[in-house]
Design a protein around this ligand. Structure first.
Ligand SMILES: [Zn+2]
Length: 443
């Protein structure tokens, strides 16, 4: 078994960038690089970045046991699918989690970015220690997440927390969702820029608008007053419905909180009549830009816990095949692209409806591009613990390889080794398999 420490690969997918990192079970985040989002080739982009992060994890003595994805848009988290994402063109109805999980053989948990921010803030951020919180994210749009009794609430319609689309001004502007006067048309960076524009102030972004408000520009201040009032009205509605007193405000545009807070508090006081407004605790988010990644990591860790619970039920080992391919008097080894990383015999999982012989021929072709012949059985290896991921049972074949050798599929590189020169460190029980093979061929 591996002595490496467990972690989760975390992705925060936005319309412009994909942020990456490794999240440990204690909440520690090891940030990775940021990549421009390629929404047209999102799956292959995430697989490529995963390869980089798997190596990065290895260099930190960590082994990823799951993948957590936070993604902009309306997400079907149960099926790992993007239903609609206005900022990720070409990704509507895209099944994302399944193909990534199949390729990397790791469980994938995926959810909406505002929900993941709520989970992250609740776990180790500004919401730590509170049983119930409401999270509002202010960015290009307005998102939200609800934590009730320490769990994320999706609701039976799987749309809970879409605070940005509650109607605040019935005669207001058209929202991207199709409704008129949503909170998002006022309290997002884009909403505020539009309001300033309609009042005669032309600004490019929220930061510029905030700078002008701090410099006492009247229109900028009036704009932030409208933002604050809209948020105060929205929070009063939420508190009246849910009676949750802890509100966390995050997202890039929440940097302007100091400016809109007086208007927010004034409106909240004015609107809340049944609940004492002084009981409402409005807190700035604690994890800044990392909340989505931390939440995605936490969500995936919880998913693994569930998987482990399922694995404790009686079940069978997974059937796999490995092939000792002799090629030019050498044994073919591959360098694995997926965990556990290192050198191994070519091989893989047996598909449903496939014989072990056919699986061996297919896996050899996929990983080495070689055609194999003269398939002979060496033996079956089934010890629990032979595979650090879960219990697998492998049928090992000996075969001759022919053709042009080239690494493919799960193999990063190929190595040819002489029988007298087999490396000591091999993945799984492949060292034991090869020493058994040497004994058999020496007879
Ligand atoms: Zn809307």
């Amino acid at each position: 078994m591996s002595s490496l420490k467990n972690c989760v690969i975390a992705f925060d997918i936005g319309g412009t960038f994909i942020k990456t990192g490794l999240v440990c079970p204690d909440g520690n985040l090891i940030p990775g690089d940021k990549y421009p989002t390629d929404s047209i080739n999102l799956i292959s982009q995430l697989l490529d970045i995963s390869g980089i992060l798997l190596k990065y994890a290895c260099s930190k003595a960590l082994t990823p046991s799951a993948i957590g994805i936070s993604c902009a848009g309306h997400i079907d988290q149960a099926n790992g699918k993007i239903i609609v994402s206005p900022n990720l063109s070409g990704c509507n109805n895209l099944e994302l989690a399944g193909p990534i999980s199949n390729k990397l053989k790791l469980p994938v948990a995926m959810d909406n970015d505002a929900n993941m921010m709520a989970v992250g803030e609740h776990w180790i951020g500004a919401g730590k220690g509170y049983e119930n919180i409401l999270c509002i994210t202010l960015g290009t749009g307005v998102g939200g997440g609800i934590i009730m009794k320490n769990s994320l609430w999706h609701g039976p319609l799987n749309m809970a927390g879409e605070f940005g689309h509650m109607t605040i001004n019935p005669k207001g502007k058209l929202c991207k969702c199709g409704n008129i006067g949503c909170l998002e048309t006022i309290a997002s960076a884009n909403g505020a820029i539009n309001i300033a524009g309609s009042l005669g102030l032309d600004v490019q972004n929220g930061k510029e608008l905030a700078g002008l408000a701090k410099a006492s520009d009247k229109i900028a201040i009036e704009t932030f007053n409208k933002v604050g009032s809209a948020l105060g009205q929205a929070i009063a509605n939420l508190v009246n419905i849910l009676a949750i007193p802890t509100i966390i405000i995050g997202g890039a545009f929440s940097n302007t909180m100091d400016i809109f807070m007086p208007a927010l508090k004034k409106e909240l006081d004015f609107r809340l009549k049944l609940i004492d407004a002084s009981k409402i605790n409005i807190i700035r988010a604690g994890l800044a830009n990392n909340a989505g990644m931390v939440g995605a990591g936490r969500n995936a860790l919880q998913k693994i816990d569930k998987t482990i619970m399922i694995q404790k039920q009686p079940r069978n080992p997974f059937p796999t095949v490995d092939i000792i391919i002799m090629f030019n008097d050498s044994i073919v080894l591959i360098e694995r692209k997926n965990p556990p990383l290192g050198l191994a015999l070519p091989g893989g999982f047996v598909n449903y409806g496939e014989s072990v012989e056919d699986a061996a021929i297919r896996e050899a072709k996929e990983e080495t591009c070689l055609d194999i012949s003269g398939l002979k059985l060496l033996g079956v290896y089934s010890k629990p613990g032979r595979d650090p991921r879960f219990h697998t049972m492998t049928t090992v074949f000996i075969a001759q390889g022919s053709g042009a050798i080239k690494a493919g599929d799960d193999a990063e590189n190929i190595m040819l080794v002489k029988k007298t020169d087999i490396p000591k460190n091999l993945c799984f029980d492949h060292r034991k398999i090869l020493s058994d093979y040497l004994k058999v061929t020496a007879l």
